[in-house]
Design a protein around this ligand. Sequence first.
Ligand SMILES: [Ca+2]
Length: 252
Amino acid sequence: MEYKKVFQSVGFCGDLTAGQTMEARFTAVTARYVKFQVQNSGAAVDEIEVHGNPCVAGKVSITSETSGTGPMTCQNFASAPQCSAQSYDTSGNIAYAGNGFARPAVAKDVMAGFDNTHSAAHANDGKYGHGASWIGNSANSWVKIDLGCATQISSVSLGRDRTAGLADRGPGAVCVFVAASDVLAAGNADDDDAEYTLVFQSAGFSGVLAAAETLHARFTAITGRYVKVQVQNRGAAIDEIEVFGNPCLPAN
Ligand SMILES: [Ca+2]
């Protein structure tokens, strides 16, 4: 009575060759205990990985580790920290425009005179840092990302400068919305009120992100294709928006 079956490997032949991983995906469910049953006597499992929302004290949290993984590079501006850009581990980020599914982000607006250097596409280009950041041009500006498929989404993370160079241009209040359909175009918010569902508001967040800090927004898992992140402050800078949930799967 305690456990509910959420996955059965129908169609799986029962053999995993060296190097293979079996991924079992199912509709998100809230639970603490996970039970994994295998048919064969003596079956060997080298590791069980469970993906979902990590345990946290609340729905908004801030971490401050320097989390880039690649070499520090320089782009769009002449010198650091303005030009700093650094790649990071994008493997779990279903909003990364280089993952084969997600599209480059669009925005309500971009800081005047900086259309290229602080473009919307910088919000999901796989790089942290001011040199690879989006900056809006109005209060309550927004960024939208097409994930490329309808999928389960459960958290969003964003920062101002994860290379730890700058700490100005804080976002103020942050809201996250999810939609099943949208006309994804820069500046286009037609029908957003009807199409998008508010899934997160940053209650308890100061509105300021110190250098290297990341805001993690967690919410009840919801199925959607489009993610909209709205920031209160005019001129807020976001170096990258990461979305976590079930990845899109290649068509059979
Ligand atoms: Ca970026």
